[in-house]
Design a protein around this ligand. Sequence first.
Ligand code: FPP
Length: 279
Amino acid sequence: MPGFALKRLLQLNFITFAPQSQAPCLTNSFKHFMSLKDKINLQQLPKHIAIIMDGNGRWAKEKGEDRLFGHWNGVESVRDVVEGAAELGVQYLTLYAFSTENWDRPAYEVSGLMELLVETIRKEVPTLNKNNIKLHVIGDMGMLPELARKELDEAIGETSSNSGLNLIMALSYSSRWEINNAVKKIAEAVKKNKLQPEEIGANTLQQYLCTSNYPDPELMIRTSGEFRISNFLLYQLAYTELYFTNTLWPDFRKENLYEAILDYQGRERRFGKTSEQLK
Ligand code: FPP
């Protein structure tokens, strides 16, 4: 098959390419042949993937639409990527949905995002349960509108006995806020004599972070061509493999996730050691 034809085929949505009802075998064989999913080594799957979902505003602007249109379409990507991660067997997926700094955006955008959050959570809980996904939230929940907090609390409760993918939404979250908070809690523990300064060791701070119950991410993806980690999991990302893509978040799909995982699987993770030591 000529290279350009293969490239074009890869850009096409498999379902629209050949409807199942007309050519099920053809569709399935192409799906099988073309998906990057088949190339992933499931034994070396990152346990925890974190994503900065960026580019919604630019995606909308390119289409002459309002920024909120980008966020609404970003929810489709969230759905697809969560499903893709769950299907693969990824254990933790953290999505940066709203940063502390996002509160400074125009009021209509902030309230639009909060409405979208409430509506999405309300609508998606049955799907989370169907797919055995457990919802968690990290961030300054006290900053969220009461209705959003209520929906989140209910959704967390309703999905709490699921044992598949742990979906962690970072909402009103920033790493500096989290570290500041952790240091305050440590100081209080010392003040109350529950912790001695000499007991503060290499793992103490980690135990006071919002992420104390989760392993550090092994792969962090940021979309939209920005090469920053901003204020996201600054402590936790020390040895995380970083993957940047130009794809804007509303265009990001499972296939893009597979691409990032394959890139990760091609890397050598040395954790400060030499290549020879790893062998
Ligand atoms: C960054 O794009 C994205 C956000 C600030 C919000 C992300 C939210 C979603 C993907 C929707 C799902 C989330 C909820 C709360 C249900 P940007 O607006 O910074 O894009 P730009 O850099 O192009 O302006």
